[in-house]
Design a protein around this ligand. Structure first.
Ligand code: DLL
Length: 437
């Protein structure tokens, strides 16, 4: 089922016209209602639309802009019209604050209803929403979309895993929405309870808010006997509902009539062609509360403008391949956690639970240690076999990354589990640097 098929199947030219018209009115709105944008746009003229010559001349907006102008500097509508606030916690400085007017909440509900339809939901399906409700946008975003589409909602929020499982058994929801790590966490708990996870009522899982690989998809699909699809979004743009994977599993559809996507070289700012990785930049074409122009997401993706097998014409982004900033640099070499995850998942006997610990030694050399859970049997085997397996894992990672690593094999369930986003990287170097100062 295609929700809003007039838009989702629009041909390229009329879509571009619509985007251009919306971009022009956004620029007018920003210049009229926000002092910071008024100044930034003062020198810019003759923007005809989303053609490259025009869009390339528009200024970017960054996360620092949001932090520096906290709380309301980038807001464009009067505070009295902001009906809902969401805050994402930052590790340093001010948090990121976003606000929604009535129109924005309608856009969000619409975008999320489209996401649910892309994933295969139908009105009257039962959905268990196990993303956190609250300041995090996951729970409420799904909630608004599900209401819009006429789904039947069980708003479990995250946590209380046994209760989640009982609710699934008692009410037989067809759709599960949560982070991929929580889907795995629930599987561990279900096994402890002696449940047959493959008999779950869930048929479709909509997982996002954190990076996850195709190997983790396989793992989740097998354990829960479901189709696992990726959903992408960020609070600054709207929350979940920026892009959604369809059952073709060949990229995530971006609602480009609402959020105009570009993929750029993060250093030069130049547009990247289809298929080449770069930083995703998004412009909110219709939002009123805190519309953003060319927002630098720091998420690295590729883009594909061809028509999808599902019939939609919207551009598709790949899964998030990394971040321009969570990339870790170890002894001068760029390392993405996803690369390591990929290697681990290829090795028989490792589990999809791992953590990377980066530290700086006394001699100022960086060290990278990979902690990975392995199957129980390794710990009952002889120590010699454990060592040999450790060496196999180490060599595999090292040859992919081209940088020396240490590997620590962990017993099943020994790494901290997350009910929300999991923390894959512990970078201790910053603490060392601070102590040095
Ligand atoms: O995570 C919104 C969301 C909620 C998306 C529920 C999907 C489902 P923030 O907390 O602002 O918003 O975090 C946004 O999370 O810039 C990405 O780096 C990362 N992220 C979000 N979805 C994905 C995904 C929500 N599917 C930041 N794959 C983004 C990889 C993701 N990373």
């Amino acid at each position: 089922m295609i929700w809003k098929s007039d838009i989702e199947q629009m041909e390229k030219e009329p879509l571009q016209e619509l985007q251009s018209e919306r971009l022009r009115s956004l620029l007018k709105y920003l210049s009229e209602s926000n002092a910071i944008y008024r100044e930034r746009l003062a020198e810019v003229s003759d923007i005809s639309g989303v053609d490259i010559q025009s869009i390339d001349r528009l200024p970017f907006t960054t996360k620092e802009d949001m932090r520096d102008t906290y709380p309301f500097g980038l807001f464009s509508s009067p505070e009295k019209d902001i009906l809902e606030l969401h805050v994402s916690s930052g590790t340093t400085g001010n948090p990121t604050l976003v606000g929604y007017t009535k129109e924005d909440l309608d856009i969000w509900a619409d975008a999320m209803a489209r996401s649910l339809a892309v994933a295969g939901a139908k009105p009257a399906d039962i959905i268990q929403i196990a993303y956190g409700y609250g300041l995090f946008t996951g729970g409420l975003g799904f909630h608004y979309g599900a209401l819009e589409m006429g789904l039947r909602i069980i708003p479990t929020s995250s946590g209380q895993t046994r209760r989640q499982l009982k609710i699934m058994q008692d009410f037989q929801p067809r759709i599960l929405a949560c982070t991929p790590s929580y889907a795995l966490y629930m599987a561990d708990e279900a096994r402890d309870l002696g449940l047959n996870t493959r008999e779950s009522s869930w048929e479709i899982g909509i997982f996002g808010a954190e990076p996850w690989s195709d190997s983790i998809r396989k793992e989740i699909e097998e354990v829960w006997n479901i189709t696992a699809l990726d959903v992408y979004g960020l609070s600054e743009i709207i929350g979940p509902g920026v892009a959604q994977e369809c059952p073709e599993k060949n990229g995530l559809h971006v609602y480009s009539d609402l959020f105009y996507p570009e993929v750029i070289d993060p250093d030069s700012g130049e547009q990247m062609p289809d298929g080449k990785p770069g930083e995703l930049v998004l412009t909110t074409l219709t939002k009123r509360g805190i519309p953003l122009l060319r927002y630098r997401t720091r998420d690295i993706v590729t883009i594909n403008h061809s028509r999808c097998g599902c019939g939609r014409t919207s551009p598709r982004i790949s899964k998030v391949l990394g971040r321009t900033d969570d990339m870790i640099v170890v002894r001068g070499i760029n390392v993405f956690p996803s690369q390591i995850e990929h290697v681990l998942m290829e090795i028989e006997g490792t589990q999809p639970h791992y953590q990377l610990v980066v530290d700086r030694q006394k001699n100022n050399m960086d060290s990278l240690e990979v902690l990975v859970e392995v199957e129980e049997r390794f710990f009952s085997d002889e120590i010699k076999q454990l060592r040999a397996f450790q060496e196999t894992v180490r060599e595999a990672i090292q040859s992919t990354l081209g940088v020396g690593v240490k590997v620590r094999l962990m017993e099943p369930r020994s790494l901290e589990r997350s009910q929300g986003k999991s923390k894959r990287v512990v970078d201790k170097r910053q603490f060392n640097q601070k102590e040095d100062q």
